[in-house]
Design a protein. Structure first.
Length: 332
């Protein structure tokens, strides 16, 4: 059977252990849908991005018809200082993978133009013959600044089925509410305030889902939790438990700082408000009108809960998505 190699951020290691951020699994679920549609006769071999590749991985890559890297914010401006994509332990630029295709990949943070060694590295790694799919305009521009121009801004594959989704469904204060926080981007005042808003405005159950491995520790350190601990139902850190809560649930809303947790709720038609804490959700909102406000915009959050504002519809770059996909039509 022919092979396709996938550099997969949802795998922590080659033993099959999951990434510490379960949002990477949500991204993989959407990438798998694309693979199932286009490459159902291929053997998809998943290679973790969190650990350095070995001889076995290189053999798989060399034998593969195509090589993808699937989603998340793997790109950065200085790979010697920060690099989530663990290709080569010693950064031997003359011994890199040379045919990788980006699939919904984004830039790590707002940064300066990539330095010369990073430019050379990415130009060595990435396919020069096929179009790359990036997550947002910011990532597209950062790559173009280092002369990588065969790029399409397709947004994240997790939103590809959300075009035209309308967010005017009214929030019902008798609904249950699911919320998420982010341990590595704390804002104690804003996060405490968010929890107080949820407790004051919703009469149903209040669920917390720890998408990251230290989210629960951060949540339980907040005064608003300590004062109201009996009001919360804390889910286990399992995508299956999240699925059980949100699938076919018409009496639930989502508010939180976890981007892909919010997108998974949108995929299940749950009214959702994603609170921006970094470039990822902010840039995607600018491109496709994802329902995002800043975490510090308390009045906007309250207005959404009180049905006083309309966020409109998601507007995907449909032509770019189809153009990127169409280069693989020969494999269907």
């Amino acid at each position: 059977m022919k092979k396709i190699a996938l550099f997969d951020p949802s795998l922590h290691d080659s033993k099959g252990n999951h990434s510490f951020n379960l949002g990477d699994i949500i991204i993989y679920e959407s990438i798998k849908k694309f693979f199932d549609e286009y490459f159902d006769t291929f053997d998809i071999v998943r290679i973790p991005t969190h650990t350095y590749i070995n001889k076995k991985h290189r053999k798989i890559i060399n034998e593969s018809e195509l090589v993808f890297v699937g989603g998340t914010n793997l790109l950065s401006s200085n790979i010697l200082k920060y690099n989530q994509w663990k290709l080569n332990k010693y950064y031997n630029l003359f011994n890199t993978i040379q045919k990788t295709i980006l699939l919904g990949v984004g830039w790590w943070q707002y940064q300066k133009k990539a330095d010369w060694i990073t430019k050379y590295y990415y130009k060595s790694i990435l396919s020069k013959d096929l179009l790359h799919s990036v997550r947002d305009s910011y990532t597209e521009n950062m790559l173009k600044r280092i002369d990588i121009a065969n790029i399409l801004n397709t947004s994240c594959p997790t939103v590809w089925d959300l075009n035209g989704m309308d967010f005017d469904k009214k929030v019902n204060h008798n609904f249950d509410v699911l919320f998420m926080l982010t341990d590595y981007m704390p804002d104690i005042d804003s996060d405490n305030k968010l929890i107080e808003i949820l407790l004051d405005n919703f009469k149903g159950k209040v669920y917390f889902f720890p998408q990251g491995r230290k989210d629960i520790e951060y949540f339980q350190s907040l005064d608003s939790y300590k004062k109201n601990s009996s009001r919360f139902i804390v889910l286990s850190r399992s995508i299956s438990d999240l699925d059980k809560l949100i699938m076919n649930n018409e009496s639930l809303i989502y508010i939180g700082t976890r981007l892909h947790g919010g997108i998974k709720c949108l995929q299940n038609n749950i009214p959702s408000l994603i609170l921006s804490i970094d470039n990822r959700s902010h840039e995607i909102k600018k491109d496709i009108n994802l329902p995002v406000v800043m975490r510090t915009e308390t009045e906007m959050i309250l207005s959404w809960i009180q049905n006083d504002i309309s966020l409109g519809k998601i507007k995907l770059p449909v032509n770019e998505i189809e153009k990127w996909k169409s280069q693989f039509d020969i494999y269907k």
